[in-house]
Design a protein. Structure first.
Length: 333
């Protein structure tokens, strides 16, 4: 029986509601924290001090660990190192190019095979009789980047996902340095890599430090963080995919955003104001609008700019061929 876990329903607060024909059909509860531009807690909702698994919201730290290990990733390749991509042909070709620089093929990847999340690419593969591929899995860029670090340092590649492998020890060190926390637990993520439990406060603190880092910093770790942020802002298509929430908000609002499975999301505005949240039931459909709302209320984003992207985030609830409701911010948020 689990002795340690994320916050409870009693700790959580209502973040969003789902309406259908004027009736509240579902409610999403969770926890969130907002850090101001100085890194201080501006607002605490629920129990953000309790540990959670950030899932793919951990990827910026994993990518920075790769850069710190001497891998010179730039542009789209740097973005793919921190991506949860939808598996378009452009994503997969970028990952293949990353592997090729180390003389590796996709057979070296140890993420599980998958079909692309991108509908057009997935349908094309199915029509061609191509089944699930490791390179199409949404974490393949992160895995390719880790393999590049192994090649650059002479580390063995077969066990690169083991928690005691030099690559994963480097990730742990990076997580601790940015979040300021020792992980409360270590588990295996959906892609097979270690995932470390930290609080939402620690996660937000770490992402704020990433967002405010400069590519010209005298310190390598922050210089690499600045390189990563710059790449994401220049090539937002890579971090998720065209038309997807992370890509939309980065491209049109200039925020640094990274989703994670099980309802986790981090989002940092240009001034360093940062939100980290987790929806308790693990459903991330409301995460983006909640994070954006919290940044608006913190004064880091304008209401008009956020309202201009809301209609493109897929928040409509359908009844037949008609929109009959929406995913909305909770009135008690």
């Amino acid at each position: 029986m689990a002795q340690l876990g994320t916050f409870t329903a009693e700790d959580a607060r209502e973040l969003a509601i789902v309406t259908r024909s004027g009736f509240v059909e579902s409610r999403h509860v969770g926890s969130a924290v907002v850090l101001d531009q100085h890194g201080d807690v501006q607002r605490s909702i629920g129990a953000p001090e309790k540990p959670i698994f950030p899932r793919s919201s951990l990827k910026p730290f994993q990518a920075i660990a790769v850069l710190n290990a001497g891998v010179q990733l730039r542009g789209a390749q740097a973005v793919l190192a921190t991506a949860s991509h939808t598996g378009t042909m452009k994503h997969m070709s970028t990952v293949r190019a990353m592997l090729a620089t180390a003389g590796l093929t996709e057979d070296a990847l140890q993420c599980p095979p998958a079909l692309p999340q991108d509908e057009s690419t997935r349908n094309t593969m199915i029509r061609q009789g191509v089944g699930p591929q490791r390179i199409a899995m949404n974490c393949s860029g992160k895995h390719a980047a880790m393999l590049l670090a192994c090649a650059a340092n002479g580390w063995e590649t077969d066990g690169y996902l083991h928690p005691e492998h030099p690559m994963q020890r480097a990730v742990l060190d990076t997580v601790e340095r940015f979040t300021g926390e020792k992980p409360a637990a270590v588990a295996t993520d959906g892609c097979g890599a270690p995932v470390f439990a930290v609080s939402l406060v620690g996660l937000a603190r770490g992402i704020a430090r990433v967002r405010t880092s400069s590519p010209s910093s005298p310190f390598a770790i922050y210089r690499n963080a600045g390189v990563l942020v710059e790449a994401v802002l220049e090539d937002p298509w890579g971090i998720q995919g065209p038309g997807s929430p992370n890509t939309i908000v980065i491209e049109r609002l200039g925020v640094f955003a990274k989703l994670g499975a099980e309802g986790v999301l981090v989002m940092a505005a240009g001034d360093g104001t940062t939100v980290a949240l987790k929806v308790l039931d693990g459903n991330g459909r409301a995460s983006t609008i909640v994070a954006l709302e919290l940044l608006v209320r913190a004064g880091a984003l304008s209401r008009d700019d956020v309202d201009a992207v809301i209609s493109d985030l897929g928040l409509e609830v359908s009844g037949g061929e008609t929109v009959v409701g929406h995913i909305e911010i909770s009135p008690t948020l």
